[in-house]
Design a binder for this molecule. Structure first.
Ligand code: ADP
Length: 458
């Protein structure tokens, strides 16, 4: 089968969060199954070009864009570079004032490119950045649209259509309240819609978590399903992870202790006991930063160590975290870095005992799966994909409400279990043995792809 992903991120070329891991892991698995895979991305100035093989210009001027092609580990990469705009020559992938026009233009060119192909591929679109492709497509190819995070919708006023030279009367269906909504384009016009976990799919269709798109999601429920994300089993492998100074396996975890010692030494950490908890996340409201702060206080009160590796934190959250550091009696038990650091994240996943993830909502969540694979038990709130993957007392610890007391009680319980090494190690071993590789999920996508292709042929 010929499968083409259109996305804003693809690890390790360009990564902000889990979206990059998903497009990468799924593509690699589909390739392993023997399919042809192409990924269309914007040509960001910050892209890690060095890993692209045979990068060359495919079209010098394609609707005022330059199209580049090359391969990354067997996956064909097509990069779209605007000739008349600096849309992707920015420091950050997202967060620019003109995000909607940047990605809508990208989608438009991706659509023209897909339309030109003589043998249309199955087109897999990811999040609002590429949703417009589903709207522009008029049965040229079959489309599947994946919602990775409904909170980011791509909303704009009418000026967008002027810029794209699309008559305003053609886009009436994309209006939501007093805006045009690109997420709506994906949900309404794709042949099938997936969310990245079964629970999140239910939450957005049947609860207020559907937000301003709740009615639309409910109307479209017949074509919305949930498929859990996987993690790339080679990239996330404590047995040979190149970022780890010491390696370990499910049957020999001795080196996990050496990793912990390494981290304590590297960051000059010390505590009453050897319990090490961590949070590695974008520190945005979704990740429950105020509960992470409560967790830090509780772990320090129990005499353990806490490490935070947080990106995209807003200044208020940063301040609150730094305040704990300055006011704490146990300064040497807390290490906080506001950074996006791939290497460090792998090391901390490997060294810790407990991974704290008290999300307000979580479409799937990959970090709890990574933590499991690195022998670090997750402590999570029961929402979205966290509910589908972490089971209290079996492979981690869970709590229900966004309630500091519930979190603290659950942390205390985790700490008590940690003091019983036999029980703790039993849970660690169980978690490490679980298979969260892409194999199962990619097969579910393949079934869908085949169904959509056969429908589009008839
Ligand atoms: P989201 O996509 O909402 O950010 P996920 O759990 O799905 O959350 O995926 C997050 C991905 O980003 C994981 O691969 C995680 O390791 C990585 N990540 C998050 N924050 C950091 C950070 N500060 N430094 C390095 N990697 C990070």
């Amino acid at each position: 089968m010929d499968i083409c992903h259109v996305a804003a991120e693809y690890a390790p070329l360009i990564k902000v969060g889990g979206l990059a891991d998903v497009t990468f892991g799924l593509s690699r698995q589909l390739l392993d199954f023997g399919h042809k895979v192409e990924v269309i991305l914007p040509y960001y100035a910050t892209l890690n070009h060095s890993i692209i093989k045979d990068l060359h210009i495919q079209y010098a001027n394609f609707y005022y864009h330059r199209l580049w092609q090359g391969t990354v580990e067997g996956v064909l990469i097509t990069l779209i570079e605007p000739l008349n705009h600096d849309y992707f020559k920015r420091k950050h992938v997202y967060g620019e004032k003109d995000d909607v026009i940047r990605f809508a233009t990208f989608s438009l060119i991706a659509h023209y490119y897909l339309k030109e192909k003589s043998l249309p591929p199955l087109v897999h679109l990811h999040d609002w950045h590429t949703a417009l492709v589903a709207f522009l497509n008029q049965n040229h190819y079959a489309t599947i649209y994946t919602i990775h995070n409904l909170a980011y919708m791509g909303q704009s006023d009418a000026s967008l259509w002027k810029e794209l030279k699309i008559p305003i009367e053609n886009v009436v269906s994309l209006q939501v309240e007093d805006h045009y909504n690109l997420m709506k384009a994906g949900i309404l016009y794709a042949d099938h819609v997936t969310a990245v976990s079964p629970t999140y799919a239910q939450e957005i269709v049947y609860t207020t978590m559907g937000g301003i798109l709740q009615n639309l999601l409910y109307e479209q429920k017949e074509k919305i399903t949930g498929i859990l994300n996987g993690i790339d089993k080679d990239f996330w492998n404590p047995e040979n992870d190149p970022f780890l100074p010491y390696h370990f396996t499910v049957d020999n975890r001795e080196n996990k202790k050496r990793l912990k010692d390494y981290v304590k030494k590297r960051f000059h950490l010390d505590a009453k006991n050897n319990f090490m908890a961590c949070s590695i996340a974008r520190l945005v409201p979704q990740k429950g930063p105020e509960l992470i702060i409560e967790a830090i206080k509780e772990v320090l009160a129990q005499g353990g160590i806490f490490i935070v590796i947080g990106s995209s934190a807003d200044p208020e959250i940063e301040k609150q975290l730094l305040d704990i550091k300055t006011t704490s009696q146990n300064k040497k038990s807390l290490h906080i870095e506001f950074i996006y650091d791939e290497e460090l994240s792998h090391i901390i996943f490997g060294a810790s005992d407990l991974f704290v993830m008290p999300s307000l909502y979580e479409p799937c969540g990959l970090t709890q799966l990574i933590a499991l694979r690195y022998g670090t038990l997750p402590l999570v709130r029961e929402t979205g994909g966290l509910k589908d993957t972490i089971f209290h007392g079996k492979n981690g610890f869970t709590f229900k409400e966004m309630d500091p007391q519930e979190l603290k009680d659950t942390l205390r319980l985790a700490f008590t279990v940690w003091q019983n090494p036999t029980k703790w190690q039993e849970m660690v071993q169980k978690g490490m043995k679980e298979d969260h590789s892409w194999e199962k999920s990619a097969r579910e996508y393949l079934i869908l792809y085949e169904k959509l292709l056969s429908l589009s042929r008839n």
